[in-house]
Write a protein that binds this ligand. Sequence first.
Ligand code: Q46
Ligand code: ZN
Length: 320
Amino acid sequence: MRCHRCRAPANVEIRRSRTAYCARCYPDWFRFQVQERIDHERMFRRDQRVLVAVSGGKDSLALWHTLVKLGYRADGMYIRLGIADYSRRSQQKSEAFAEKHGQVLHQVDLEGDYGFGVPDLLDTRSGKPCAACGTVKRYHFNKVAADLGYDVVATGHNLDDEAATLFGNVMHWNTDYLGRQGSVLPSTHAKLVRKVKPLYRLAERETAAYAIIERIDYILEECPMARGAKSLAYKDMLNALEEEQPGAKYRFLVGFLKEGRAAVRTGGFDQASDLRECTRCGQPTTGELCAYCRMADRGRAKAAARAARYGPRPAPAEDD
Ligand code: Q46
Ligand code: ZN
């Protein structure tokens, strides 16, 4: 195949649109797609400050790189989740990216600042901490953005992530979540910062191609807690479908957002009128104590019990 733009031999094929690009033209195509979504969905303006939720993986670093290249005022934020070697290596990748590109990276250290790590939040039924980890991330990204005056939080969710989430929500008929799934989550309270997903129409392999061509050094391994996650099974299934029907994931997600979402939209529970401030941390919540503060209490109790039994966690090694 030849590059759609310059006719040189192509390196990256976009099967859903039956086009391909060479390594020189591809990054421009990718950035154009992101810019087009930001503008079309009015995600943010050039005079606004963006906080990019950074994990050290390809999607979040590709997003940060793209926004910086497009000239946005985008700083990064990384949360040290305390997931052993995975956290240590992903932190290094995030810090190295910030340094190489001369960008600001804010950090929250869960164990150091809050007294627990994500492994202390295992769900007894699933044996996984992922639901709690999601709460931790949403809470801290929002809090730092609100405290430091950012206008918007941008996450690196791609087409594969969003299609898998949609599939999971359909499988379980989570109509509340279905009604709220989208690329822009508007602010409904002075302390809730707007959330956007500028990569949501770009496939995982397209983000990976961008990261590789732009020589972004990202963490290759998945979080060890992801093993056996339902979302991975959904992704495999959607990938198998995509092989047979190029564009299936895109049509599933974008079709839903255009046609299906309105039909399942529910009253929602993030309305400003339902929200008050957590009596401990001041963040918006529907109850007295927010979900994060309740969860953090459990995490700290677990961490204290663990330390009493086995002693504090050993300091990480200083290699690589
Ligand atoms: S980081 Fe957290 Fe993920 Fe790891 S513990 Fe689960 S949710 S898998 S994106
Ligand atoms: Zn709270």
